[in-house]
Design a protein around this ligand. Structure first.
Ligand code: NAD
Length: 488
């Protein structure tokens, strides 16, 4: 952390990014700054404003003041602005992708072709859903009843460092569509693309205070934000450990919160599956250097196909190209930060020391690159099986039958996602039902319908977002009851 002189604008991958907060429609500096490095070569690319209580208070007050006007626009009025924002995101794909790639080392091609457009789709989708949202009417006990949706008020959105732009918009879009002004706190390891989002909201014509960005360290500005008494909702994506702190702050002010948290998903392969497809998808769990909450990091493979599966899996992993995320041939990029590399390597070294079998990988490479790593654990209780690594580290275990597969799948405290490979509809249905998770994919992965509920069970999440579930979360539902015959 540094004080004094600072640069409020950084040039990142050739693009200018403002590194101050965005509060009430204005850039606001802080006396303290923190360094942001690029995982590509470890150099400092920006000095970003480090907010605290003062900035959190300013931002929540700005959102509070904007709340009545934003609610008063109605769903259709807000939708027009959200569509304009979506168009601006699409028009700025190259800039957003380049900055995000420099900031967190997600593959540039993937950002340009898929991820940034998906962020625009979040705004379009929720704009349309909010307009189409139907208030329920019915007759009962001599009265006419209607459920009405009231915007809840200022919402805090706190996001993690992986896929920062897409994950932030996934939460910001429903909050804004439902009528809640937002204070977004992106993660300190990758805060830059969210600053560009602020700029785009200005270009789209959003009223001041409707969208605010607070920069800074989670334990400081994040904690000040979630403890603010004027907040009416908190939506968090990150680790279960941080969610516990946020839950305590939410409880103090009796503010509803949702948490989309960590995962340790199973990828289950049955002997009736398309083995080539299953092995390729298993090797694909190293994409984004395994920094994906939904990844199937525990490979559970039927004993009878152990060898043919492993042969195909190793061949597919051998095809990965580790390197610079800006190069189109790269498939596995560097880890986000030196501290995260230490964390990932710590898991690997402890697993080796504990007697888990290192099947492949396990080494640091140049810079922040880490070899795709596979362990065959000594037991299902091993730390490497039970705890989220959030890096390119998978485990391999075999099972005899469906019952054992489900028991292993459900044997951690997590429950975010599951992946099943099978050629049988009956098995897809049985195992899909039995796996405890917010989503189970069969013979596919990461395909998401934006109207579906999203969240986790166990320590993987609390509450649901996605589709109308998110609009309900950002709303206060009210029942209006009118005595029959009393009005004309
Ligand atoms: P993290 O919990 O360390 O931080 C997440 C955010 O919380 C950051 O913005 C951070 O600054 C902020 N924060 C930290 N302490 C805070 C506090 N006391 N009060 C308020 N805010 C605080 O998580 P991370 O390391 O950034 O992200 C990785 C985790 O996120 C993994 O567990 C991963 O699985 C999870 N994740 C989940 C999903 C999902 O949809 N379920 C998606 C992506 C990532």
């Amino acid at each position: 952390m540094s004080g004094g002189a600072h640069t409020a604008v950084a040039t990142v991958a050739g693009h200018e990014v403002c590194t101050d907060h965005w509060i009430g429609g204005e850039r606001v500096p802080s006396p303290e700054r923190f360094d942001v490095i690029t995982p590509i070569d470890g150099s400092v690319i920006a000095e970003v404003a480090a907010g605290g209580e003062r900035e959190a208070d300013l931002a929540v007050r700005a959102a509070h003041e904007a709340a009545a006007g934003w609610a008063g626009l109605g769903a259709a009025g807000r939708a027009a602005l959200l569509h304009r924002l979506a168009d601006l995101i699409d028009a700025n794909v190259e800039r957003l992708a380049a900055v995000e790639c420099a900031d967190m080392a997600m593959l540039l091609e993937s950002l340009r072709l898929r991820v940034i457009h998906r962020a625009a789709a979040n705004f379009r989708n929720y704009a349309d859903l909010a307009v189409a949202y139907e208030e329920r009417d019915w007759h009962s006990k001599g009265t006419w009843n209607r459920v009405q949706r009231m915007p809840a008020g200022p919402a805090a959105v706190i996001t993690p460092w992986n896929a920062p732009f897409m994950l932030s918009t996934w939460k910001v879009a429903p909050a804004l569509a439902a009528g809640c002004p937002v204070v977004l706190k992106p993660a300190e390891w990758s805060p830059l693309s969210c600053s560009l989002l602020a700029e785009l909201t200005r270009a789209a014509g959003f009223p001041p205070g409707v969208f605010n960005v607070l920069q800074g360290v989670g334990e400081q500005v994040g904690a000040a934000l979630v403890g603010h008494p004027l907040l009416r909702r908190i939506s968090f994506t990150g680790s279960p450990e941080t969610a516990r702190h946020i839950g305590v702050a939410a409880a103090r002010n009796l503010v509803p919160f949702t948490g989309e948290l960590g995962g340790k998903g199973p990828l289950i392969v049955f002997d009736d599956a398309d083995l080539d497809a299953a092995a390729a998808k298993a090797a694909g769990q190293y994409d984004d250097a395994g920094q994906v909450c939904l990844a199937g990091t525990r490979l559970l493979v039927q004993e009878s196909i152990r060898e043919p599966f492993l042969e195909r899996f190793h061949a597919a992993v051998d095809r990965h190209v580790l390197g610079d995320p800006r190069e189109p041939e790269t498939t596995v990029s560097p880890l986000i930060h030196p501290d995260h590399l230490e964390r990932v390597d710590g898991f690997v070294q402890r697993a080796i020391a504990a007697g888990d079998t290192l099947v492949r990988g396990g080494r640091r490479l140049e810079g922040l690159l880490y070899e795709p790593t596979l362990f065959e654990p000594r037991s299902n209780d091993a730390e490497i099986v039970q705890r989220e690594v959030f890096g390119p580290v998978l485990t391999f275990q075999t099972f005899a039958d469906e019952e054992e597969a489900v028991a292993l799948a459900n044997s951690t405290q997590y429950g975010l996602s599951g992946i099943v490979y099978t050629g049988s509809m009956g098995r897809a249905d049985r195992v899909g039902r039995a796996v405890r998770a917010g989503i189970v994919w069969v013979n596919t992965f990461l395909v998401r319908d934006l109207t579906a509920p999203f969240g986790g069970v166990g320590i993987s999440g609390i509450g649901r977002e996605g589709g109308n579930y998110a609009l309900d979360f950002y709303s206060d539902l009210k029942t209006l009851q009118v005595l029959d015959g009393s009005v004309r």
